[in-house]
Ligand binder design. Structure first.
Ligand code: GLC
Ligand code: CA
Length: 535
């Protein structure tokens, strides 16, 4: 049974266009490359693709620095290529989600270029956050960019502009109604071209408060925002609740107006998913109230250790919080901003966890390459281009490792990704991880993903909630085994580094991330694995 509307329990495949497939040998993936590989994506069994930005961009932040949101960057092709991609996806029954970047433009956008030429106090400057320097010449406040360094850059006449990210990404002023008018034009532009939904970048950041006030602990705050920095939980929580530029009430009004726009497309069932890193977790649910957006990313699993008690808690919490607003959760193990799950928690662990989350209610996001079990690429510092690497003089390695191009075929780099030189180097060790080689191997991660998604569509979507059978809080209080039932399926995950004896008692096993063995009549479930059985 398929759930309706389409997005409710969709599996959504995230494509980072620069790294997916290059059609013209310049080393950068492009739209025609994506179109040429859509059959592969369809056969994976996903319902939709989400395309990270492919708009006109100087590419200072992987395209999240948009110079014209209503055109395609020549690196990726042109509008005709975008149309072909969307149409072909639809022919294959795949929906298309575009990325919309409303917190900032590129400094190359016509608006910002006009603002630079205009006077202080002008309507052109009012579309961004331009402020005078303090009397001593320093920036209007002490905020730190999320990519490191100050969040203010000074222009020729002495004013400063705000950029929460790179200095090439000036923040837009959402108090200025021209900004929303322009974004509504952009939303309609892509909807009219055929897209089915949007992923909203930094959805929690649009509204700023107290711009001219210093934050009491900007360095602490910027560390708290970095998930790779260890910090005592209570300290981190206190800091995360104090961010003057995130999760302000005003953002919700913007999404209510967008929701009306989406709904005006009637039976197209347009959806939007928010990238909202907010705190405390209950605040995320505000973005998916019935008159706002449809989904909000749950980032818990991007950082969760492979630990039963921990996973049990974050999974339950997400299901319960979403239920309060009648929404379903989303699950993501990897994306273009975080280390790949296979590198972060390990190979067997990442396969087990993927199988586990595919059985949960809600929507699952798969970052291209995850289905191959790809690890992060091994890069030298001289290969890195991420602005967070550049702005911190290398103190933060950045996100390039997760963005190394996909290996398609053959036995040497660039593995069919390009006929030229890939924009980031690919490792010879990926030989056994190409699509071609995994396609031929019934034990590959790719084979497991394909079967899991087929079984999910067959047995799980539309079957409602889960009930835990054994968990850290129930039954034997073991945290090395998580078991739940959903619909006609029982899901078992062995988190221990030891194989465990299990009693299958005639219940048919339908998929497993590891290989079960039979020893003297008892079945052994391998260490760090997950399986689904029919009840
Ligand atoms: C989001 C994107 C990230 C980008 C940032 C600024 O977090 O996912 O890639 O750098 O926004 O646009
Ligand atoms: Ca290309």
């Amino acid at each position: 049974m398929k759930s309706t509307p389409w997005w409710k329990e969709a599996v959504i495949y995230q494509i980072y266009p620069r790294s997916f497939c290059d059609s013209n040998g310049d080393g950068d993936g492009d739209l025609a490359g994506i179109t040429s590989r859509l059959e592969y994506v369809q056969k994976l069994g996903v319902d939709a693709i989400w395309l990270s930005p492919f708009y006109t961009t100087p590419n200072k932040d992987g395209g999240y620095d948009v110079a014209n949101p209503r055109d395609v960057d020549p690196r990726f092709g042109n509008l005709e290529d975008a149309k072909l991609l969307i149409n072909h996806a639809h022919e294959l029954n795949l929906r298309v989600i575009a990325d919309i970047v409303p917190n900032h433009f590129s400094d190359q956008h016509a608006w910002f270029q006009a603002a630079l030429k205009a006077d202080r106090g002008s309507p052109e400057r009012n579309r961004f956050h331009f402020y005078d320097a303090k009397p001593d010449g320093t920036p209007p406040n002490n905020w730190i960019s999320l990519f490191g360094g100050p969040s203010w850059t000074q222009v020729e006449d002495g004013q400063y502009y705000l950029h929460l990210f790179d200095s090439s990404q000036p923040d837009l002023n959402w108090e200025n109604s021209e900004v929303n008018v322009d974004f509504e034009t952009t939303l309609r532009f892509w909807l009219d071209l055929g897209v089915d939904g949007f992923r909203i970048d930094v959805a929690h950041g649009l509204v700023k408060e107290d711009i001219q006030e210093n934050h009491p602990d900007p360095a602490g705050l910027s560390e708290a925002l970095r998930l790779d920095v260890e910090m005592e939980t209570s300290k981190r929580n206190a800091l995360l609740e104090s961010v003057p530029y995130f999760d302000r009430q005003g953002v919700h009004e913007i999404y209510r107006t967008w929701r009306r726009l989406f709904d005006s497309y009637g039976n197209r069932d347009v959806m939007a998913v928010a990238e909202a890193w907010v705190h405390p977790p209950i605040n995320a649910t505000l973005y998916v109230r019935p008159d706002e957006l449809h989904q909000v990313f749950n980032f818990d699993l991007l950082t969760a250790p492979f630990d039963g008690a921990y996973l049990f808690d974050v999974i339950n919490r997400s299901i319960q919080l979403n239920a309060m607003v009648n929404a379903l959760p989303t699950w993501a193990l990897s994306n273009h901003d975080s280390p790949r799950v296979a590198s972060r928690i390990g190979d067997s662990e990442s396969r087990a966890l993927a199988l586990f989350v595919f059985a949960l209610p809600g929507s699952a996001y798969v970052f291209a390459g995850q289905e191959l079990g790809l690890p992060d690429g091994e890069l030298r510092d001289s290969d890195r281009v991420d602005p967070s690497f550049i702005r911190t003089n290398g103190a933060i390695k950045g996100r390039d490792g997760a963005r190394v191009p996909l290996p398609w075929s053959g036995s040497h780099p660039p593995f069919g990704f390009t006929t030229g030189k890939p924009w980031l180097p690919m490792s010879q060790s990926w030989k056994s991880l190409t699509v071609e080689s995994e396609m031929d191997n019934s034990k590959s991660t790719l084979a497991m993903y394909r079967s899991a998604l087929e079984l999910r569509a067959l047995h799980l979507t539309g079957t409602g909630d889960i009930s835990w059978l054994e968990s850290p809080l129930h039954g034997s209080m073991r945290s090395d085994l998580l078991i739940f039932k959903r619909g006609s399926i029982t899901v078992v995950m062995n988190l221990s580094i030891k194989a465990q004896e299990i009693e299958l008692q005639g219940v048919p096993l339908i998929i497993s991330s590891g290989e079960l063995t039979n020893l003297d009549g008892t079945t052994l479930m391998p260490a760090l694995s997950c399986m689904w059985c029919l009840n």
